[in-house]
Design a protein around this ligand. Structure first.
Ligand SMILES: *[C@@H]1O[C@H](CO)[C@@H](O)[C@H](O)[C@H]1NC(C)=O
Ligand SMILES: *[C@@H]1O[C@H](CO)[C@@H](O)[C@H](O)[C@H]1NC(C)=O
Ligand SMILES: *[C@@H]1O[C@H](CO)[C@@H](O)[C@H](O)[C@H]1NC(C)=O
Ligand SMILES: *[C@@H]1O[C@H](CO)[C@@H](O)[C@H](O)[C@H]1NC(C)=O
Length: 215
């Protein structure tokens, strides 16, 4: 019954948006489906090839496997925690439209990934990740606030972690390694350098409700 209504809803979305949304039960019931992502963030149904930064855009279909892998890798399983992380990622990246800070142009050096972490976090993430550790160390050393680190170097360190596998996992890394895991408010303040606003709370509440449905 649940599956049936899911398929019918999907069909009507297909008519409106001419996008293929998978109509099948999720492999792992705790995985977030592309369909759930599109319910939370409708613009993730497709990437607009005329929009700016189109090479940075990812659809729900493209993003979901990387998000699920990261939740598994960092052993993040509860709906509340997944919703906190996912809503932050969607909010910070304009719903996966970009993975670097662009505003105001040319954007803050070294800030990026799918939770748009500021450079000190990007740098620590690159150092913590075995596949990027030595390159990050060679580029920028161990002290992110060393004044000899240029903007270009910050961007080069960021480039190490922008691939989808690492880019979509940085929020989970941040949520798991910062001493702020208990609270969503602390979490987003720590990892994104921003405060909790009504906009963010709305995305978070919507995410909790969609992830609580069994589709
Ligand atoms: C696609 O992006 C262009 C340029 O930003 C914009 O004018 C247009 O309205 C967008 N189309 C859709 C369907 O969002
Ligand atoms: C399903 O997800 C849970 C939580 O991430 C994980 O522990 C489990 O191994 C997964 N099962 C399968 C069959 O992938
Ligand atoms: C580095 O970036 C900062 C912050 O955007 C900017 O104020 C500064 O002018 C940049 N430095 C150089 C040398 O471009
Ligand atoms: C990092 O560099 C800054 C600026 O030179 C310095 O104030 C700070 O003490 C350094 N931190 C560490 C841990 O060495």
């Amino acid at each position: 019954m649940m599956l049936l209504s899911f398929c019918i809803f999907t069909l009507s979305l297909n008519v409106v948006f001419s996008m293929v949304i998978p109509c099948r039960p999720p492999k792992n019931s705790s995985d977030i489906t592309p369909f759930q992502l599109t319910l939370i963030a409708p613009s993730t149904r497709a990437c607009n090839i005329s929009a700016p930064f189109t090479d940075e855009c990812r659809t729900a279909e493209q993003a979901a496997p990387f998000i699920n892998k990261a939740f598994t890798d960092y052993a993040i399983a509860s709906v509340g925690e997944k919703a906190a992380i996912l809503s932050l990622m969607l909010f910070e990246t304009g719903e996966f439209k970009f993975d670097r800070n662009h505003f105001p142009a040319p954007g803050r050096p070294g800030q990026g990934t799918r939770n748009l972490m500021t450079f000190p976090f990007v740098h620590q993430y690159a150092l913590d990740t075995p596949s990027t550790h030595s390159r990050a160390l060679a580029l920028a050393g161990t002290n992110a606030t060393d004044p000899s680190i240029t903007n270009d170097t910050m961007n080069a360190v960021r480039d190490l972690v922008l691939g989808d596998e690492l880019g979509f996992a940085s929020a989970m890394w941040c949520g798991s390694t910062r001493p702020t895991r208990q609270g969503w408010e602390n979490y987003i303040t720590g990892c994104a350098f921003t405060g909790v606003t009504g906009d963010r709370t709305a995305v978070w509440e919507k995410t909790v409700s969609v992830l609580s449905l069994s589709l």
